[in-house]
Design a protein around this ligand. Structure first.
Ligand code: NAP
Length: 342
């Protein structure tokens, strides 16, 4: 029996899977995995499907991770949270603020589940999950063996972690441990946050400012399907950056600790006058060029054609070739997103 994946991806792409299973605990997740393995079917584990593009019907089982539970322990200098992978990320941010536990406010309104947050080391407005992550609990799918990875073992990078590499497919994340230090340090480097007074600002004010910035610029997936930033911000060498800046001195650029330079993909796309460009049912969002949206009936072909167009235009103008941040899912699992839109 084929089942629609439309409710299970925030892009709202209408593809199908053979089975969809909601797992409320580790045992249910393992049972669904093992049953698919017995039937030699591919498996995809999803949280809220907020960072995927389904290219085709999925010829196997999609497991929706709905492992819940939030446990809070107090230590002398921090609060320790143990959070089920299937908890909604933004609800957790709200709950921590309501309970007077600051630290997650810059990460408000990021779509998706807690269990997905370490995979791409979610980040916004100068804070990444890495800053607050204490550990990640996983289960090895073949053996059912539980495993706890320390922050260091997760090998967090810019929108990256071990879960996108060695641990992809072999492990499922079941819970995330967070450590919120009581000595709160506001991070006010981005956008409207820079106008807040670091001496008197409260976590709630940071949260409200982040929510206002996000809702004023980013599309609501309930109105226009999307998967957040479609492309990664390119990181280029210092030499490449000086060549680019000689030609485009106004290009936003952010030096990285390792000497490389991060550029704003949204600015590059905007300079190619692509905001509002539509192809079939897909469009470049007219307020935030980094986001591709589903205007209602977009097919994955529409999104891929539009992403190709954006990559071509930016490449031709700036000699920078954008790479998708969104993960592309084919019939049997993840496929190479860059090759798909090249
Ligand atoms: P923005 O303020 O228009 O800035 C564009 C880009 O420049 C951002 O992506 C950001 O990179 C970088 N940037 C801006 N100020 C910076 C600073 N002071 N230091 C270093 N880098 C700086 O960004 P936006 O598109 O509205 O997004 C705001 C924040 O939310 C960003 O952190 C962005 O990454 C995050 N966000 C993430 C997603 C997602 O799906 N992953 C979607 C929407 C927004 P960084 O991205 O490296 O921070």
């Amino acid at each position: 029996m084929n089942l629609s994946l439309k409710p299970w991806n925030t892009f709202g792409i209408d593809r199908q899977a053979q089975h969809i299973v909601c797992a409320e605990n580790t045992q249910q997740l393992l049972t669904a995995w093992q049953s698919a393995m017995r039937n030699q079917q591919p498996v995809l584990i999803l949280g809220e499907g907020s960072n995927v593009l389904f290219l085709e019907d999925f010829s196997g089982t999609v497991i929706i991770n709905r492992i819940k539970g939030i446990d809070i322990q107090e230590e002398a200098d921090a609060w320790l949270l143990h959070v089920g992978a299937g908890e909604n990320w933004h609800n957790l941010v709200q709950l921590t603020l309501e309970k007077g536990l600051p630290g997650l406010e810059n990460l408000a309104l990021i779509p998706g589940c807690v269990g997905s947050s370490p995979i791409q080391n979610i980040g916004a407005y100068g804070v990444e999950l890495q800053r607050v992550c204490n550990y990640v609990d996983c289960v090895e799918l073949n053996s059912g063996k539980p495993l706890r990875l320390s922050n260091e073992a997760c090998r967090f990078g810019y929108r990256d972690s071990i879960f996108k590499h060695e641990y992809q497919n072999r492990y499922a994340i079941t819970a995330v441990g967070l450590r919120l230090a009581k000595a709160w340090q506001p991070v006010l480097d981005y956008g409207d946050l820079t106008r807040l007074d670091p001496a008197s600002v409260t976590p709630q004010q940071v949260f409200d400012t982040v929510c206002k910035m996000r809702t004023s610029k980013l599309p609501d997936p309930k109105v226009n399907g999307n998967a957040g930033s479609f492309f990664k911000n390119p990181v280029i060498t210092a030499e490449q950056a000086s060549l680019l800046l000689a030609q485009f001195p106004q290009a936003p650029h952010y030096p990285q600790q390792d000497g490389s330079m991060k550029l704003a993909a949204g600015w590059l796309i905007d300079q190619c006058q692509l905001k509002g460009t539509t192809l079939g049912g897909a469009a470049v969002h007219d307020l935030q060029a980094l986001v591709l949206i589903n205007t209602g009936q977009a097919t994955s072909e529409d999104v891929v054609r539009l992403a190709h167009l954006v990559r071509q235009r930016v490449g031709e103008k700036f000699a920078i070739w954008l790479e998708p941040e969104v993960r592309f899912i084919g019939r049997a699992g993840e496929v190479n997103a860059v090759e798909t839109i090249a």
